[in-house]
Design a protein around this ligand. Structure first.
Ligand code: C2E
Ligand code: CA
Ligand code: CA
Ligand code: CA
Length: 274
């Protein structure tokens, strides 16, 4: 019994500390957003699998905390979602994306991750379109990545926002395909331009049966007139297998890590499409 109480006391203290840490991090995030210098986008190149050409990039949020150093998006994005700060981060990333698109060849597009909360917000389409307009960027050069679970909640709001943005030329991709619930069933009812196969499927591709699964995803995307990207490509054999399966685009550490804006732009300049 004594040990039991002890465990609870420890648990309680630990929870307290976690909550304090979380509140402190939230404060820091608010401050970072107000100052506007420590949160920015990096860009991971995406390549056409047939020509090897750099066709697009994915914008990924980075927070360089003044004292703690880099904080992973898996930590600060959920925190921002829970504290109502996600739209502010989304706007920073969208502005960084436009700044990069302005200096990139017009054939290059950039994909931006959108959280469920942003996508369901009534002001979202106008915010995106007016940002594109102020940078004089063609909406077809922006792709928005959403997850399948997003699409389940607030279905009406999400669908009408997708429709108005697609009407203006913005493209949509389903991110982390295969990891959500109702994957295949859900995709049928959404107007989507691309699927991104989650990297867990790519990592396991060498194991028996998994190549067939990836092949089925590619066939399904193509049958529905969608493009398909494999993410998390880390080895040459994964790369070759995906090329053979006619996966349209490839992304992963084997091809390029996420890069700063300047590095990404110089990579486009030097891209010779092997
Ligand atoms: P995601 O959208 O699935 O992004 C892909 C993640 O995989 C990125 O992690 C990227 O750096 C990493 N990655 C790319 N290639 C490889 C590879 O070959 N191997 C491995 N192991 N990883 C690879 P990152 O940048 O840490 O982002 C994590 C997640 O945070 C993202 O997953 C996305 O869900 C979220 N996120 C990042 N930026 C934003 C943003 O601006 N807005 C929102 N709403 N979410 C974001
Ligand atoms: Ca993504
Ligand atoms: Ca993904
Ligand atoms: Ca993800």
């Amino acid at each position: 019994k004594a040990a039991g109480r002890n465990t609870y006391a420890l648990f309680g203290e630990h929870m307290d500390e976690l909550l304090r840490t979380r509140r402190a991090l939230e404060q820091d995030l608010r401050l970072a957003l107000r100052e506007g210098t420590t949160i920015e986008a990096v860009f991971q190149p995406v390549f056409a699998s047939d020509t090897g050409e750099l066709t697009s990039m994915e914008a990924l949020a980075r927070w360089n905390h003044k004292k703690l150093g880099p904080i992973a998006p898996d930590i600060f994005i959920p925190l921002a979602e829970e504290t109502g700060l996600i739209a502010d981060i989304g706007q920073i990333i969208l502005d960084d994306t436009c700044r990069c698109l302005v200096d990139a060849p017009s054939t290059v597009s950039i994909a931006v991750n959108v959280s469920a909360i942003e996508l369901a917000s009534p002001s979202f389409p106008l915010r995106v379109l007016s940002t594109l307009e102020s940078w004089e960027i063609d909406p077809s050069r922006l792709e928005l990545e959403i997850t399948e679970s997003v699409a389940v909640e607030k279905r009406g709001a999400v669908e009408s926002n997708i429709a108005s943005l697609r009407g203006a030329g913005v493209r949509f991709a389903i991110d982390d395909f295969g990891t959500g619930y109702s994957s295949f069933a859900r995709i049928r009812t959404l107007e989507i331009d691309r699927m991104k196969i989650d990297r867990s499927f790519i990592q396991d591709m060498e194991q028996s049966g998994n190549k067939e699964l990836v092949s089925a995803m590619i066939a399904m995307a193509h049958a529905r007139g969608m493009k398909i990207t494999a993410e998390g490509v880390e080895t040459l054999s994964q790369c070759q297998a995906l090329k053979a399966l006619r996966c349209d685009n490839l992304q992963g550490y084997l091809l390029s890590k996420p890069l700063s804006r300047d590095m990404a732009l110089s990579k486009i300049g030097s891209d010779t499409s092997e």
